[in-house]
Design a protein around this ligand. Structure first.
Ligand code: HEC
Length: 504
């Protein structure tokens, strides 16, 4: 993807007689509306275009415009500097309903092709998804070529599209809300499919004559390649376990048999028989992950080598740190929670600015949304200082490793009684979700876990003083953040103090 050379920009500045500095991007018309302060970089936040209707996919085009689909069927390109928008095409046969409509899109980096995926209602009332290739001209899209038609449903239709580093079209299909589809090698649903740009099956696909690249997916909502070519997908879980997956050729991701890690008894048994790829990370409570991109620019140094991910339910921007090999997750920071509402997709400019797209006019907006000029595409870019701008809330730094450990310990020691959803069993085992004892004073909570207690009904809460301090801290920290709980974590020294107080 090309960057504009500095010379024309400099000339433009001189001709315009403006005070812009060569090499600095001062040709943007929008002023920052607020600031997001990172450890050492301050980001300006500005709206580049508004009054949109669910921009489902946004991508940086080879023409240095941001291309976006809107759920009701329009494909547009906007100049980020001016907000000037050109509607390239409207597809009348798009069927929009709840989560259905015009969804994923990918622009080929070297050929003039644009690939879009949308749902369509047939005359006999069956729902299908169509992957269609268009050819891009300066002001329209022409020559539609249907590459693939596959079963759809009223939900779980996927469907992100991305061009792989080797120039193939990768398409993530949902399980179409029919779970057995996901593992079925004869079904196109619940898969990542790989094809040539004309829709044919590549000769080097792993299963001869089959589009299938990986299987066992529920409903993938984000696809991205890292700078080293690793392939990641974000995926919606059911009641628990949203996932970020590292996608391997022929990988089996085991939906609906294993959700998240194989941490429940039945899942462990299944994993003993069927080789499956565990997630790079899983979220319980769920956050409804959406579009992802790998960020590798030095423009925002704090975010270098991270997966940027928008979320719907949690309405946030997740910045997920990767290890150097770009194959595992080190931790995550959470920004903008609730500030702009649901974040459906994002893209990165060649210069390293980040663009996010809101999704508040979809079927399930959060409380207080949509706001007057939703939906919007918003730019995040470094500025010298926040000055008089309103400063957005700081990130929440989640200690991913401790939370993951806490979740595992909870599954092993607590969920038999308090249940995976933390709601317990009425009359026997109290709910930990929204329990004041769980989210309140850390000392009281730790006393309960260490000593246990006996209800007058006779049900017993066993004491867990036999566990190491680290494990108790991880479990207590986990239940304070799980489900709908939002309390802060617990340190190992908190546990040490309470152990002394309890006289152990
Ligand atoms: C064998 C069943 C059982 C197991 C296993 C169990 N608990 Fe409990 N838990 C109970 C019962 C029964 C109570 C109610 C005790 C009472 O009211 O005196 C309770 C109460 C609690 C409470 C207080 C909740 C409130 O709002 O009053 C917390 C916190 C708690 N348990 C945490 C845990 C954690 C953490 C684990 C795992 C390390 C765990 N429990 C494992 C049965 C269990």
């Amino acid at each position: 993807m090309k960057r504009s050379t500095p010379i024309p920009l400099l000339l433009l500045c001189l001709l315009a007689g403006s005070a812009c500095r060569p090499g600095k991007k001062t040709n943007f018309m929008q002023q920052p509306e607020s600031a997001l302060v990172l450890e050492s970089t301050t980001l300006g936040v500005s709206t580049i275009i508004q009054d949109l209707d669910v921009p489902w996919e946004i991508c940086w085009g080879p023409d240095d415009r941001i291309w976006f689909t809107e759920q009701s069927g329009a494909i547009s390109a906007v100049k980020p500097e001016t907000g000037e928008r050109k509607i390239m095409l409207v597809i009348p046969e798009v069927y929009r309903h709840r989560s259905l409509g015009l969804l994923g899109m990918a622009l080929h980096p070297t050929a003039p092709y644009v690939f879009v995926d949308y749902t369509h209602l047939k005359e006999d009332s069956t729902i299908v998804s169509k992957l269609v290739r268009y050819t891009r001209t300066a002001d329209t899209l022409k020559d539609p070529l249907l590459l693939l038609e596959y079963p759809g449903n009223t939900g779980h239709n996927g469907s992100r599209v991305i061009i792989s580093p080797d120039g193939r079209v990768m398409l993530a299909t949902g399980d179409a809300a029919r779970y057995p589809n996901a593992s079925d090698t004869a079904s196109l649903n619940g898969k990542i499919l790989r094809m040539n740009t004309d829709g044919s099956i590549p000769a080097d696909n792993p299963y001869p004559g089959n589009y299938m690249w990986s299987r066992g997916h529920r409903n993938i909502q984000g696809l991205a390649y890292t700078s080293s070519g690793n392939f990641f997908a974000s995926e919606h879980g059911d009641a628990t376990d949203d996932e970020l997956n590292l996608i391997h050729k022929t990988g089996y991701y085991a939906w609906p048999h294993i959700e998240g890690y194989a941490d429940r008894a039945k899942e462990k048994t299944y994993a003993d028989t069927f080789a499956f790829v565990p997630p790079a990370f899983a979220w319980t409570p769920t956050i409804a992950p959406a579009g992802i991109d790998h960020y590798m620019s030095g423009n925002i140094p704090e975010w270098k080598n991270t997966i940027l991910m928008g979320t719907l339910k949690n309405a946030s921007l997740r910045v997920i740190r990767l290890n150097e090999a770009q194959d595992s997750v080190l931790g995550e920071n959470v920004y903008l929670t609730g500030v702009f509402g649901r974040i459906r997709d994002l893209c990165v400019s060649p210069g390293g600015d980040v663009y996010i797209a809101t999704s508040n006019r979809d079927w399930n907006p959060g409380k207080g949304f949509p706001k007057a000029h939703d939906d919007r595409i918003i730019r995040l870019f470094p500025i010298p200082s926040a000055g008089n701008l309103p400063v957005l809330p700081k990130s929440v730094n989640l200690n991913t490793a401790a939370l993951a450990k806490g979740a595992l310990l909870y599954a092993n020691y607590c969920e038999a009684c308090h249940k995976p959803d933390g709601r317990g069993i009425k009359g026997s085992f109290p709910a930990l979700d929204r329990s004041k004892l769980v989210t309140g004073n850390a000392g009281q909570l730790l006393q309960m876990i260490l000593k246990g207690s006996k209800k007058n009904t006779g049900e017993q809460m066993p004491g867990f003083a036999f566990m190491p301090d680290e494990d108790i801290a991880a479990i207590a920290g986990y239940i304070r953040r799980a489900w709908r709980n939002q309390a802060d974590s617990i340190t190992v020294s908190d546990v040490r103090i309470e152990r002394k107080n309890a006289g152990f």
